[in-house]
Design a protein around this ligand. Structure first.
Ligand SMILES: [Ca+2]
Length: 373
């Protein structure tokens, strides 16, 4: 029979051991929490053609506490002319007090072909549908001296944390990086989230071309019912990226078609800072005087919200994809993205998304206070 002193000592030892375990697990969970916190903030380069939906995406990301924008790279192969796209990118950073974020300039020349948005449309986008002149930021910044592809390569190579790339305007800048800087440490890319492609649904080239007579550019465009614009703008660049080892998550038209641009978004924006007001005005313009006369998906902001983990529930599956790179004047399918049997690396394809979840998260973030001001 044990004496009472021995029992007490035993109890004390056991209690101390339990306290130690609790302390150490608290300490560990503190470490894990800190690591999770650090890991939760994504280091993002936004590669963009600076259309109306790119701007909405950037405004959302500038206000998103989970995102650190480490640079903007601009392409002139999409919705705006390169010079104006660059001015808009710079103006947005100035407007949000983020003049430390570099803006680097890409190119207006695709790897192959000359598939362009009609200049009448680009001219409307070049001054943000008439809104650019009203933006008067009180701080100014310089443009980065490196071309977009060098900036991308440097950012990927030099970052301690993995880099996330949000691709909103075709793959020209990224493809040039692969071509000119093949030694770039692409294993330091967490993922490329790209609004691009139409995998199981129709594309949007013919639909857009045929929506207005001043946008009609002939049969290369008017017969192309399969390609999505960001791939059509530089099909070879898209093919090269799909054929690479880079991890990719596509937000194609298959997903975007669920989230149609709607005037209902306007009343959800209640914040009154410069960035929220601009977002509100863009929704007003794009559903008003600059509407396309056809149902228009939200496009890029959906990719931004998914990249920023703003939507938890959506369908994604993984396939090898190829891109058609042959132009023809009848039944043109250049830029079509197709599932194929084999390839270098499977690509994540987002399909089913919730319009309600998108709208809720987008409004919640855009109504937050501006950070870093
Ligand atoms: Ca875009």
């Amino acid at each position: 029979m044990k004496d009472i002193g021995s029992c007490k000592r035993h109890l004390l030892t056991k209690t101390l051991a339990v306290i130690c375990i609790i302390c150490s697990s608290l300490f560990m969970s503190g470490h894990i929490a800190a690591a999770a916190e650090k890991g939760a903030i994504k280091q993002v380069v936004i590669d963009t053609d600076m259309g109306w939906d790119d701007i909405l995406s950037i405004l959302y990301l500038m206000k998103n506490p989970n995102i650190n924008i480490i640079g903007i790279t601009v392409t002139g192969c999409g919705e705006t002319n390169l010079r104006w796209g660059t001015i808009i990118a710079k103006t947005l950073m100035e407007l949000g007090g983020k003049t430390q974020v570099p803006v680097a300039v890409g190119t207006s020349t695709p790897l192959k072909f000359d598939h362009v948005f009609p200049q009448a449309f680009k001219s409307d986008m070049n001054d943000i549908m008439g809104l650019l002149g009203s933006l008067n930021p009180d701080k100014t910044m310089n443009i980065d001296t490196r071309p977009a592809w060098k900036f991308l390569a440097d950012s990927i190579d030099q970052s301690e944390d993995k880099i996330t790339i949000l691709s909103l305007g075709g793959f020209t800048n990224l493809a040039r990086m692969l071509e000119l800087y093949p030694a770039t440490h692409i294993d330091n890319i967490e993922n490329v989230y790209a609004m691009a492609g139409a995998v199981y649904v129709d594309g949007n080239v013919a639909m857009f071309n045929n929506a207005r007579s001043e946008w009609d550019q002939g049969p290369l465009y008017s017969t192309n019912y399969t390609a999505e614009w960001n791939v059509f703008a530089d099909p070879v660049a898209a093919k090269n990226i799909f054929d690479s080892e880079i991890p990719i998550t596509l937000i194609p038209l298959d997903a975007c078609d669920y989230v149609i641009l709607d005037p209902g978004y306007i009343e959800k924006i209640t914040a009154t800072d410069n960035l929220a007001i601009l977002a509100r005005h863009i929704f007003e313009k794009k559903t008003g005087s600059s509407n396309e006369g056809i149902p228009v998906p939200i496009f890029d902001p959906l990719a931004a919200v998914i990249m920023a983990d703003g939507m938890k529930n959506y369908q994604i599956h993984y396939e090898y994809l190829d891109v058609n790179i042959m132009d023809r004047m009848k039944n043109n399918q250049c830029g079509k993205t197709s599932v194929v049997e084999a390839g270098t690396r499977k690509i994540g394809i987002v399909q089913g998304v919730s319009q309600v979840q998108f709208a809720t998260n987008f409004a919640a973030v855009i109504n937050k206070k501006v950070r870093n001001e």
